[in-house]
Design a protein around this ligand. Sequence first.
Ligand code: FES
Length: 131
Amino acid sequence: MKDPAEELYREEIMDHYQNPRNYGKMESPDIAYHDYNPVCGDEVEMQLKLEDGMVKEAMFTGKGCTISQAAASMLTGEVRGKGIKDAVAMTQSDMLKIIRINPGPVRVKCAMLALRALQKGIIQHEAAKAR
Ligand code: FES
């Protein structure tokens, strides 16, 4: 028998895929980082506005599989108001808690695409500031 909670979470993923939140190009973001999965070519660009070491706004664009795009949509909501250090410290397990399904070992890369782009963008931004 199917787990009703799991079904609900899958529906939520589909909803985020079909009606992505915070989708589009931000005007003058502090960070814009494009990343892709070399295996399939699916891509995500995360854009952030920062204020006092926190993520003030997050948006994304991208194209690809349901999980990669839904995860990006969900992440833009989760990361708002978060300290950038905390965002960089987020793990795979944090991301799986956000999407609330276990995509399995092959699709976990799909779930991680947006978080990796976000983290690489922040790291690059901080490194440029330190120079
Ligand atoms: Fe490409 Fe999911 S199949 S990121």
